[in-house]
Design a protein around this ligand. Structure first.
Ligand code: GLP
Length: 244
């Protein structure tokens, strides 16, 4: 793929030529979604160019969303995202939503622990200063594609040890008898930047959706306060409207 790069560059800067070669390989199907790109070193050797040049071409392609970089595992052709159509009228969990579509869910824990509640958490969750909160942050992945980052806080009294929460929060709440039955959800626009963009494998500045959910028990007690960032290129939220 890269052997004749220099010869075919014809005066073009080499990083632009390399960028074009990779783009053509992706467009022409030679490199498919999810395929690994050879290492920086191998490309530099094959094309007989410097690693700095390779790095520049690759980082341009990451910025434009053609390639994605995963820490520790390399650079890949960005997976094609199938948009998820998500109903706004049912209280379901991420795991249930994806299972219904036949997708395999994996969550990467970013953070979890038990803490003294902040004033905001005390207010939203209705806790006293003596009670504790569980905070958990997860990257939610379906069929290998990262779709959302979810940061939840809940009263520690409703959950087992956070280390023992499996892949589904709602399944854990079902077990402790605190599965919520109602929620208020707020959706607003956000641009994905920094670490969020990196985790979601989208170019910095891409469109995202900020989703806040406060869910309740039948008694009116608050269960969770979750702040999430969803990929804008992966979700359609759909609600049925009736004349009432
Ligand atoms: C959705 C909601 C979250 C909720 C989560 C539970 O993604 N936006 O507020 O916490 O579902 O999902 P799971 O049971 O898969 O952890």
């Amino acid at each position: 793929l890269f052997a004749d790069l220099k010869r075919n560059a014809r005066g073009q800067p080499l990083y632009l030529r390399l960028r074009r070669v990779i783009e053509d390989a992706v467009d022409g199907g030679l490199l498919g979604p999810g395929d690994a790109l050879p290492s920086e070193r191998d490309i530099a050797l094959q094309a007989d160019i410097s690693r700095v040049t390779v790095r520049k071409a690759v980082s341009d392609l990451v910025k434009s969303g053609v390639l994605v970089q995963r820490h520790g595992s390399g650079t890949f052709v960005a997976p094609r995202v199938e948009r998820v159509e998500q109903s706004l009228s049912r209280l379901t969990s991420f795991t249930e939503d994806m299972a219904r579509r036949g997708k395999t869910v994996r969550s990467q824990w970013l953070d979890r622990g038990v803490f003294a509640p902040s004033p905001d958490e005390m207010m939203v969750l209705g806790l006293s200063a003596k009670e504790l909160v569980v905070r958990m942050a997860r990257l939610r992945i379906a069929d290998g594609t990262p779709l959302a980052i979810e940061r939840a806080c809940l009263s520690a009294s409703m959950l087992p040890d956070p280390e023992r929460i499996g892949s589904s929060l709602y399944a854990a709440l079902e077990e402790t008898g605190y599965r919520p039955v109602r929620a208020v959800q707020r959706i607003s626009a956000a641009n994905l930047t920094g670490q969020d963009a990196e985790l979601l494998e989208v170019p910095p500045g891409s469109a995202g959706l900020r989703i806040e959910r406060i869910s309740y028990l039948a008694s009116g007690r608050v269960v969770e306060f979750t702040r999430s960032i969803y990929r804008g290129d992966a979700y359609d939220f759909v609600a049925e409207l009736r004349l009432s």
